[in-house]
Design a protein around this ligand. Structure first.
Ligand code: CTP
Length: 399
């Protein structure tokens, strides 16, 4: 018996060369005792024959909406699945999912399904980097899909680059952890902050920072997936609302502080991922500052430190802070953990490519008040969000 024994998973296969690797994924799932139903797109059946998947899963493979006379096959398949994994997920599949199209059995089934979704994209580099695909990926992630890969490596037609489907073992782990995450934050009220704040200089200009909001949005989406009642208070960012999350959009540190303080007494945890400005212009100009008046007076004054204030007011709440550092990561993290009276701090490296502001990945450590530190390592922000939620769930259970 494994934790996956008897779980009902739908394996969707869309039409790309990586379809042959999803036979290995199917094998891993079956070996772990999973009850797998394979659904293929018509294009996928041209890459790998349905009999291969049927033999490995021990069940007929479905690919045609009209193969059964009652024409509700997609509804039955959707209701049965505890989780759906699409591997490979082509650019076309991501686009259809993002738009909510239902033009074949797999897309119809996934539109009807309410279960968690894991996607393993695979395509040529140009398709992956196309703004349409990147936007579709963000929409799907915002709705709670777990996106695994793609990796860099050899592609079809002798090319190499990003776009190769993640290895079957990695997709298998993502499926396992998504199922294990379950509903461990059910009934928990979580406030998450995200993004930068904009501090007005005049009616059109502001002081801000490079935060994209991706970390906070990932944390909010993950907490909601695990059953939490999540309010996301975000500064100005260009990200869609995550599924099942109440989103409050603010501009300044003062507005963010007010929204967080209002909800603090009633919440169980605060994940403070926002890059709140430490200072703001002391005397913002009314209207637009004119060039002829010479350089403006940019005297700054401190903003309220939201997290330190929460640390002082804290009763039962679990407090998670972030520290963005360029040097002395761990000592700075430990200092902020103690000084702000936090339970956890995520210390991430900023100022290098592939980590910190704007990136999809991070080099980060997690430090806890009672130890159990996790040394710095590379994460996707989605993985890091899952690790933070694991720790929050166990801290709440221990209160
Ligand atoms: N934070 C906050 N309010 C502020 C500034 C920061 O709540 N006015 C929070 C951030 O959301 C983050 C944590 O405090 O969770 C640490 O932010 P960071 O900028 O790294 O630390 P600072 O205390 O501002 O210290 P410094 O900028 O000197 O490193």
């Amino acid at each position: 018996m494994t934790s996956l024994t008897g779980r009902r998973i739908l394996l969707g296969v869309s039409g790309g060369i990586a379809a042959y690797k999803s036979a290995s994924l199917l094998r891993l799932l079956v070996e772990a005792g999973v009850d797998v139903q394979v659904v293929m797109t018509p294009a996928a059946t041209r890459f790998v024959g349905p009999p291969t998947f049927a033999a490995l899963s021990g069940k007929p493979v479905h690919a045609d909406v009209f193969e059964q006379p009652d024409a509700v096959l997609h509804v039955r398949l959707a209701r049965r699945a505890e989780l759906a994994v699409v591997a490979p997920a082509t650019a076309n599949m991501l686009a259809r999912l993002a738009l909510g199209l239902a033009d074949d059995l797999l897309s119809s089934t996934l539109l009807e399904a309410t279960c968690p979704l894991v996607l393993a994209p695979a395509m040529h580099t140009g398709m992956w980097n196309h703004p349409a695909t990147l936007a579709n990926k963000e929409v799907l992630r915002g709705r709670g899909a777990v996106i695994v890969g793609p990796d860099e490596g050899p592609l079809a037609a002798g090319d190499a680059g990003i776009g190769r489907m993640a290895e079957p073992e990695v997709i298998f782990e993502a499926v396992r952890s998504r199922l294990a995450a379950g509903e461990d934050l059910s009934g928990v009220r979580v406030v998450v902050t995200a993004g930068p704040t904009h501090e007005p200089i005049d009616a059109v200009r502001y002081l801000g920072n490079r935060s994209s909001g991706k970390m906070g949005f990932a944390a909010a989406a993950e907490a909601a997936r695990r059953g939490a009642d999540v309010t996301l208070i975000t500064g100005p960012v260009a990200l869609p609302d995550p599924a099942g999350v109440q989103v409050v959009r603010v501009e300044t540190a003062e507005e963010m502080a007010r929204e967080v303080f209002d909800r603090f007494p009633e919440c169980h945890a605060v994940i403070m991922a926002a890059a709140v400005a430490d200072f703001r212009p002391a005397r913002p100009v009314e209207g637009k500052f004119k060039k002829d008046a010479g350089p403006p007076d940019l005297t700054l004054e401190p903003t309220v430190d939201v997290l330190s204030t929460l640390g002082k007011r804290k009763e039962h709440q679990v407090l998670v802070g972030f520290a963005a550092e360029t040097v002395e990561l761990l000592p700075e993290g430990r200092r902020k953990l103690a000084e702000k009276n936090l339970d956890l701090i995520v210390v991430n490296e900023v100022g290098r490519p592939g980590t910190g502001f704007g990136a999809d990945t991070d080099v980060a450590a997690i430090l806890g008040r009672r130890g159990e530190d996790m040394a710095p390592r590379a994460w996707t922000k989605v993985e890091l969000a899952a690790a933070i939620c694991d720790r929050v769930a166990s801290l709440i259970r221990s209160v």
